[in-house]
Design a protein around this ligand. Structure first.
Ligand SMILES: O=C1C=c2cc(C(=O)O)[nH]c2=CC1=O
Length: 511
């Protein structure tokens, strides 16, 4: 969430997080000596948000990140990053003026070596401490620690930061000792920011993994979860781990993911004590695909047709821009509506259905990224979002500016990312603006019986018309050819007749 350099007592007290690009070189904050950027006040969205969150001033995430910092680096041109030491997404080179793009592919279509490389890269990310960012383990009220001079921040690994940032965005609002925490708040789900927040979340992981691997061409793959049926095709030991033969809720010991331990599990403690998840790892991942016998509706994966149906929805989001929205592309891809767009409180489709299908760690919002299937599930969700943006040629104007749930307005800075990044900045076609694209074979439309009959009738009429036309032409051509065969004789007759007419006609008429 915040750069390590900024979370000193002095840094926190100043409210300024503008690190120097050249460590040790005073006065080079944000790379200002080389024209990369400068330290500026943070603009935080002040427009009205929806009624779901009825408080003001009770949650550190309101008007993010002003509770912690009010000054940040603003980078010039193509530079970016917390100290302007990086390039914007999709650009590279010393001056950030060379384009670079990676291709996210279907994990099922990768070679054995590529699959193995991806699994080991994830495992390395689970064990590699994040080079720049640290996490806050207390609410701001307690952030200076018991002695008032010990900022409550911790190192965290690259993958666990990915998990923690999701947890922080969905956690409840603590209202005080003895009071229930308020759960009607979610800075990354149930609103238009669902697609933009998860897009940035993935981009940050991809970028962190590129840095960790020293490989700027590294791309996250995706899982096409819209395959119907009840088989988790990526749950194999060469990919995300098969089911254990000994415990149907566990991952096979042949998979490295059976060794992973989750963070942010003690959610009841955080909510009652007013603490924040930290980097402590606890239990193994639990997963039992299609095993939720109490909810048969989530024992199967979405169908290919569901993807096509949701892509046909014309409107990005509809009031109240929430999980109750109808005819909203966003609420449909998120999975609170039927795939054709109609909101129905009992329905779970697309993204939500894929989560719930996993039936374990990956199906509980505060924990789900602990299961690495989360990454692949969300890259596919993002691919659908990108396809929708391109098919509907949508610009940011269709993204609600106000009255979306807290955190979801167009210009809100997404929680808990640093440096501040708005929803609008992720509402762009990825290949042209963000340096990645998807290689996807979108399903083609399956037709109903009555549509097939109608198409058959139309096709038959067309065939009859075309064949009839061809026959008519052939007959006409044939009679024309016959006429041509007679042409010398006719020509002669015609010529002689004309000549006669010319010679005699006019005089006759005069007579
Ligand atoms: O991790 C998630 C788990 C989810 C469960 C539902 C649901 O519809 O009940 N939705 C979820 C979203 C998640 O991100």
């Amino acid at each position: 969430q915040f750069p390590r350099e900024c979370v000193t007592p002095e840094g926190l007290q100043s409210g300024q997080c503008c690190p120097s690009l050249t460590p040790g070189l005073a006065g080079d904050e944000c790379g200002s000596s080389t024209g990369r950027g400068q330290c500026v006040s943070i603009a935080a969205d002040n427009r009205r948000h929806g009624p779901q969150y009825p408080y003001a001033g009770r949650d550190d995430r309101e008007r993010w990140p002003l509770r912690f910092f009010n000054r940040t680096c603003q980078c010039n041109g193509n530079f970016s990053g917390y100290n302007c030491g990086r390039c914007r997404h999709g650009l590279t080179g010393p001056n950030c003026d060379e384009r670079i793009s990676v291709v996210r592919r279907n994990i099922m279509q990768m070679s054995a070596a590529e699959k193995q490389a991806f699994v080991s890269a994830l495992d390395r990310a689970k064990r590699t401490v994040h080079p720049d960012l640290v996490i806050c383990t207390r609410r701001y009220q307690e952030v200076f620690g018991p002695d008032g001079n010990t900022p409550q921040f911790e190192n965290i690994t690259v993958y666990n930061y990915f998990v923690w940032s999701h947890y922080y965005s969905v956690s409840k609002t603590y209202l005080g000792a003895g009071q229930s925490s308020f759960g009607g708040v979610d800075f990354s789900h149930e609103g238009p920011g669902f697609v933009t927040w998860h897009r940035f979340h993935l981009l940050q992981l991809e970028r962190d993994m590129q840095d960790m691997l020293g490989d700027p061409s590294f791309a996250l793959p995706y899982w096409n979860f819209a395959i119907g049926g009840s088989d988790c095709d990526i749950c194999t030991d060469d990919l995300l781990g098969a089911r254990s033969s000994f415990d149907m809720n566990s991952i096979s010991s042949n998979s490295v993911f059976s060794q992973w331990r989750v963070i942010c599990e003690s959610v009841d403690d955080y909510d009652t004590l007013g603490t924040v998840c930290n980097s402590t790892e606890t239990s193994p991942i639990r997963r039992n695909p299609a095993g939720n016998v109490a909810r048969p509706m989530v024992q199967r994966l979405p169908e290919p047709q569901d993807v096509l149906d949701c892509l046909e929805l014309n409107t990005f989001d509809t009031p109240p821009y929430y999980s109750t929205s109808s005819e909203s592309f966003r609420n449909t891809i998120e999975g609170y509506s039927a795939p054709q767009g109609m909101y129905d409180p009992v329905v779970r489709s697309l993204h939500n259905l894929a989560h719930l299908f996993l039936n374990g760690t990956g199906g509980q919002t505060h924990l789900s990224p602990n299961d690495p299937i989360f990454v692949l599930l969300h890259t596919f969700t993002d691919a659908i979002f990108d396809e929708w943006l391109s098919r509907h040629r949508a610009g940011e104007i269709v993204y609600p500016e106000e009255n979306a749930p807290i955190g979801h307005n167009r210009r809100f800075n997404m929680v808990p990312f640093w440096p501040p990044v708005t929803n609008a900045e992720m509402f762009l076609s990825a290949p042209e603006n963000l340096g990645y694209s998807y290689e996807v074979q979108w399903p083609t439309r399956a037709y109903t019986l009555s549509e097939i009959i109608t198409i058959g009738i139309v096709a038959a009429v067309l065939v009859v018309a075309v064949v009839g036309g061809v026959i008519a032409c052939a007959v006409r051509a044939r009679s024309y050819r016959s006429a041509e065969a007679l042409e010398p004789l006719l020509g002669e007759t015609f010529r002689r007749y004309s000549e006669d007419e010319h010679r005699f006609g006019k005089s006759q008429s005069v007579v």
